[in-house]
Design a protein around this ligand. Structure first.
Ligand code: HEC
Length: 150
């Protein structure tokens, strides 16, 4: 905490009239790191969600937390890939920016699937959770198959 406070001062955030340096465009490597961070959050919550759903761990009360976190994060996938980083080293295929309409369709399907799952969990509709979870997994896979190279 102390060092965060100090680095904020160093960054000049507290200096009179200084606006935090919010970038419009990032260095390509930073844009890659940012979207990987967004994806990692989604990956973490999805892994946790399925571990509970499959009965590997208890924590049933946390299903709603993980499902809603995935739904919230899903809104940040589209923006995270807005910047064209064609030619920059990452697991994202350059095809994303060559066929943005197709990529955006995957983003929309994913957002829809994530929100449907969160609603199913919050309504306690046990019969709907299984199919909604399967649908979400399908949305991850569909986009990765087309646009990610591991
Ligand atoms: C609309 C497309 C799309 C959807 C939907 C999507 N992903 Fe991804 N994902 C990608 C791309 C592209 C990358 C590679 C990003 C890069 O390296 O810059 C990636 C990378 C990842 C990574 C690796 C992150 C890292 O640290 O490098 C994880 C984990 C991941 N996705 C999990 C998921 C899970 C889980 C879901 C579904 C709940 C999901 N993704 C849905 C496109 C998608």
């Amino acid at each position: 905490m102390k060092s965060l406070f100090r680095s904020m001062i160093v960054a000049g955030v507290f200096a009179a009239g200084v606006v935090p340096a919010l970038a419009d465009d990032a260095k390509p490597e930073d844009a890659v790191k940012y979207r990987e961070a967004v994806m990692s959050v989604i990956g973490g919550h999805t892994g946790a969600f399925f571990a509970i759903l499959q009965g590997k761990v208890p924590h049933k009360d946390a299903l709603s937390y993980h499902a809603n976190a995935i739904a919230a994060a899903s809104e940040h996938v589209g923006p995270a890939f807005e910047q064209d980083t064609t030619g920059t080293k990452s697991e994202a295929k350059d095809a994303i920016w060559a066929d943005k309409a197709k990529f955006d369709k995957h983003v929309q399907d994913f957002e829809q699937a994530a929100k449907t799952l969160a609603s199913a969990v919050d309504s306690g509709d046990m019969a709907a959770i299984g199919p909604a979870a399967k649908n979400l997994g399908g949305a991850c896979k569909a986009c990765h198959d087309d646009f990610r190279q591991e």
